[in-house]
Design a binder for this molecule. Structure first.
Ligand code: BV8
Ligand code: ZN
Length: 242
């Protein structure tokens, strides 16, 4: 596939010191993980937004817990794809490479990326809503419910709709965006806030914005360059050509 990066984009990338990759569900699509809004299977009768919120969890903890266990089973069968891998590989060719992801699937870390800011948490982590005790995979179930030793309910360590993002992670991601020469926007609709603000923080600080998506998005009108195609094909090609 001849990508033919334009000279300007090639020049900018050759001179860049600091890259940030802002990623969403689309970067994990080729690994076999359904995108957030394209959720297939038995759960699509309930809108993800109705499941990914604290009230839904309190109302029906078993259903929400099982939705996350179901997603975790899918994720555990998947591997990082060539998009995750090239992002990990280029860490050696640039002074600073950070990943700011909205995804909770842990694939950037599994691919070997070192500086990963998980704005919406990580499905591999859980915690008690009462005493905040942290759990990995070893959550005790009592009558099918995830229960802490203190008796409190255990929830996934992910950010639900209407919840604040982890302040320290968000602040570090903002700083990386401010200092970036190039911001890649990979596989995201760019409609979920405050995560999507990262795009405009980078832009307002002079970063060159490169979008990689299979289709036009909200963000397309604000970027310097869009590459339309699958992230697993386009990203390796971009770094192949510079
Ligand atoms: C907040 C974790 C402050 C959970 C997620 C009313 C009340 C309260 C808040 C709001 C409100 N109205 C609006 C808001 C703000 C809300 C928001 O932005 N809503 C949106 C929907 C409008 N945000 C929040 O609630 C945030 N918190 O505002 O707190 C506050 C506090 C109290 C009261 C008021 C305010 C928290 C948002 C975090 C929600 N958690 N995930 C979980 O995963 O279970 S969000 C979820 O959406 C995922 O993280 C996902 O990553 C993210 C964004 O979606 P995308 O990643 O873009 O995925 P999507 O499927 O949409 O698109 C995939 C893209 O990939 C597409 O463009 C597709 O073309 C492309 N693609 C597909 N295949 C490929 C590809 N590209 C390349 N290659 C391919 N092969
Ligand atoms: Zn507890």
């Amino acid at each position: 596939m001849n990508l033919l990066i334009d000279d300007k984009t090639k020049q900018v990338l050759k001179n860049a010191n600091s890259l940030v990759f802002f990623t969403g569900a689309g970067i994990s699509a080729e690994s076999g993980i359904p995108t957030f809004r394209g959720m297939d299977g038995i759960w699509n009768k309930l809108k993800p937004e109705e499941l990914a919120n604290f009230n839904a969890f309190l109302k029906n903890p078993k259903l929400v817990w099982e939705w996350y266990q179901h997603r975790k089973e899918i994720i555990h069968k998947c591997q990082p794809n060539s998009a995750h891998k090239i992002i990990a590989d280029v860490q050696n060719n640039f002074e600073k490479v950070s990943v700011v992801t909205q995804n909770i699937d842990n694939l950037h870390r599994r691919a070997g990326s070192k500086k990963v800011y998980e704005l919406h948490g990580n499905i591999e982590r859980n915690y008690c809503i009462d005493c905040k005790k942290e759990y990995g995979d070893n959550v005790p179930l009592k009558d099918g419910l995830p229960k802490c030793d203190c008796g409190g309910l255990v929830r996934p360590d992910v950010v639900w709709f209407g919840e604040y993002l982890p302040q320290d992670v968000y602040t570090s991601a903002e700083k990386a965006a401010e200092e970036s020469d190039v911001l890649f926007i990979v596989g995201t609709t760019g409609i979920v806030y405050p995560a999507a603000s990262i795009i405009y923080i980078a832009k307002n600080n002079g970063a060159y914005l490169i979008e990689v998506n299979i289709e036009e998005t909200e963000v397309s009108k604000s970027v310097n360059k869009s590459f339309f195609g699958k992230a697993g094909e386009v990203l390796p090609q971009i770094f192949n050509e510079i």
